[in-house]
Write a protein that binds this ligand. Structure first.
Ligand SMILES: Nc1ncnc2c1ncn2[C@@H]1O[C@H](COP(=O)(O)OP(=O)(O)OP(=O)(O)O)[C@@H](O)[C@H]1O
Ligand SMILES: [Mg+2]
Length: 462
């Protein structure tokens, strides 16, 4: 494809981009208007307008190719939408720009060194847009004719007649093309494209002119126009693959199947060096461009000092993506040291980050988020029940209230109710305790638990 030694493969891309569903599945973007102002409720997003706008500004700069190697910190209390905003950024970025996401704690559980894990994450966030010009033959099949081999000759020959609205040409067929046509079950009336270099045949659909021959096709048949103009065309194809994908495909020990299992192991530095050199060459020849994406590291306070210095260095690379990190920690120890620092992040890294802070939600905003979650989970709920749930969210936490939705709908289902009612909410509220009540319980019964340190009663009071 793009070079003799370094393989790329665009098709695997769709398969490796697995959508996460769950807590944030209702988020479809940042919900901004063209002027980058946050709409009150849009694309599953509610409130937190300043932070969303700030995230939007960063996003715009990424899309315009204006920034790379910058860092952003989302800081705020638990449940204030930091992860949600990062997911919104990912959705808004679109397919072309890579977005790699990880929780900081993941690097301690992978079977590879911490720096290797981070290197992989960084390279997942760097895309390479590769341009290729290919010559294709595109037309509607008039006739496929295969000669019966006579006397002793094993290899078949034949003829393929293709037409556009303006011309018709007969091509001689060799053994390989005949097999390929048979494999694709190409017949008269199909519109096909043949890649001249590789001989690869792609069926584009059935010609509209044939839409009356009902028997020959199933319900999924796609109809297309007979192509216009010349049969031979030059076509530019562009695809974006990430450096990580190129690494894995070219890693002799792994092979691209590893991309499906995610079990990529460590990649040898020589492989990366070779790929970087090749990509640099493509860039010089104008065949490829770098597309810096976003790497999102959630719960960033879980990284240790070695990882933080890795990040410092990695951001200075000229192909660096934009680093987005999130934390809910205040002033706390930097992991791997005895020093304390804001958000548990060393000052020298903090200094490189733009900080976006998130604020707690009002009761009204919580209600709107809960409404969106009910819809997302397909749960019907009465107004009174929603009111109660909002009160619970306000007094305990938004997350706890969100979790009650599914539980309450199960209870409702059990009693064969149509809509979740106040009683269903109260029921699950008593079945599952929130943190505050759980702490209260621990304090009251601490004698009965193991390892108790004599918790004071004010802990957990807020
Ligand atoms: N502005 C918002 N609009 C819509 N949904 C939101 C918004 N903020 C938060 N949510 C939803 O509320 C839940 C909690 O938010 P989220 O996980 O983003 O909080 P967080 O700030 O990352 O918290 P933590 O610090 O504990 O990681 C999620 O399900 C999230 O999708
Ligand atoms: Mg979070």
């Amino acid at each position: 494809m793009a070079g003799p030694d370094v393989k790329v493969n665009a098709e695997i891309r769709d398969l490796t981009r697995i959508e996460r569903i769950g807590a944030h599945s209702h988020i479809r973007g940042l919900g901004l208007d063209d002027a980058l102002e946050a709409r009150a409720v849009s694309q599953g997003m509610v409130g937190q307008t300043k932070a969303r706008k700030a995230a939007g500004v960063i996003l715009k700069m990424i899309q315009d190719g204006k920034i790379a190697g910058r860092g952003v910190l989302l800081a705020g209390q638990p449940g204030t939408g930091k992860t949600a905003i990062a997911m919104g950024m990912a959705k808004a970025l679109g397919e072309e720009t890579p977005f790699a996401m990880m929780a900081a704690s993941e690097i301690f559980s992978l079977e590879m060194s911490k720096t290797e894990a981070l290197t992989q994450a960084f390279r997942k966030a760097i895309g390479v847009r590769i341009k290729e010009e290919t010559e294709i033959i595109e037309g509607e099949v008039v006739e496929v004719e295969v000669d019966r081999p006579e006397g002793g000759s094993v290899s078949k020959t034949g003829k393929l007649t293709l037409k556009t609205t303006e011309m018709e040409t007969i091509y001689d067929l060799g053994q390989k093309m005949i097999e390929a046509l048979a494999r694709e079950k190409v017949q008269a009336g199909d519109v096909i494209a043949i890649d001249k270099a590789s001989g690869k045949i792609t069926k584009l659909g059935r010609s509209f002119a044939r839409s009356r021959d009902y028997d020959a096709m199933g319900p999924s048949t796609k109809f297309v126009q007979c192509p216009e103009g010349e049969l031979q065309k030059r076509k530019e194809v562009v695809h974006v693959v990430t450096l990580h994908e190129i690494d894995v495909i070219n890693s002799r020990t792994q092979g691209f199947l590893a991309l499906f299992s995610g079990d990529t192991g460590e990649i040898r530095p020589e492989v990366r060096e070779q790929i970087d050199a090749k990509v640099a060459e493509w860039r010089e020849e104008g065949k490829a461009e770098i597309v810096p994406g976003v790497i999102f590291i959630d719960e960033v306070h879980m990284l240790d000092i070695e990882c933080f210095s890795f990040l410092n260095r990695a951001l200075e690379n000229d192909m660096a993506p934009v680093l987005v990190v999130a934390t809910n920690r205040g002033i706390t120890k930097i992991r791997g040291t005895n020093y304390r620092s804001p958000h548990g992040i060393p000052i020298d890294l903090l200094d490189r980050l733009l900080i976006i802070s998130t604020d707690p939600y009002s009761e009204r905003e919580m209600r709107l988020i809960l409404d969106i979650r009910c819809e997302e989970e397909d749960v019907e709920m009465t107004d009174d029940a929603r009111e109660l749930l909002t009160k619970i969210a306000h007094e305990t936490s938004l997350r706890y209230a969100i979790q009650l939705i599914t539980a309450a709908s199960m209870v409702c289902l059990r009693r064969k109710g149509a809509e979740v009612d106040i009683d269903d909410i109260s029921r699950v509220y008593s079945l599952f305790v929130d943190v505050k009540r759980s702490t209260q319980y621990l304090i009251e019964y601490q004698e009965q638990f193991m390892f108790n340190e004599g918790v004071r009663a004010d802990l957990g009071a807020d």
